[in-house]
Design a protein around this ligand. Structure first.
Ligand code: GUN
Length: 159
């Protein structure tokens, strides 16, 4: 696989952040396994500057947010949010998500990120409420852990 094929295939593994695939490509052999690709991409994120990490977190859309309602999500995010039933929220659930999204973003300056594939709306809302009580450093680290989980699931879907 040449460089541009690699970026084409893996550029969306980290949401709106093809720089992760571009950096990882430099370290990977042509026949790298899924495991090596996942580890290498995660290392590239972990070794990026705090500013780049923050930009990566901020590249994520809100869960059950305006972009989802407007149909403006990436295909991967559309599929993840739909697998958790976030495209089928009741009025009350949407209102609850909007309120939580606003409180969370106001407190931390970045969106709530959670690997939601196959989780239930109740589980997500419970985690959302709990994580709102955390401090900035904890949520920054948690967002990156969740982003690596999302990436791993996206890679597995490609395999
Ligand atoms: N978890 C899985 N996909 C997404 C996403 O697109 N946005 C957020 N905030 N969390 C996610």
């Amino acid at each position: 696989m040449n460089d541009s094929d690699f970026i084409e295939r893996y550029g969306g593994i980290y949401e709106h952040s093809p720089w992760v695939a571009e950096r990882a490509r430099r370290w990977l052999e042509d026949d790298a396994s899924l495991e090596s690709i996942a580890t290498c991409m995660a290392d590239c994120v972990d070794n990026a500057s705090p500013e780049q990490q923050l930009a990566l977190i901020r590249a994520h859309p809100d869960l059950a947010g305006r972009a989802q309602i407007a149909g403006e999500l990436t295909p991967a995010s559309t599929s993840e949010q739909a697998s958790a039933g976030l495209d089928r929220c009741s009025e009350a659930e949407y209102t609850r998500f909007q309120d939580l999204n606003e409180r969370y973003t106001t407190k931390f300056g970045f969106p709530f990120v959670m690997a939601v594939r196959d989780r239930s709306r109740v589980e997500i809302l419970d985690a959302f409420e709990q994580r709102l009580d955390n401090d900035y450093e904890t949520e920054f680290e948690t967002a990156l852990v969740e982003i690596h989980r999302i990436a791993r699931l996206r890679l597995e879907m490609l395999a």
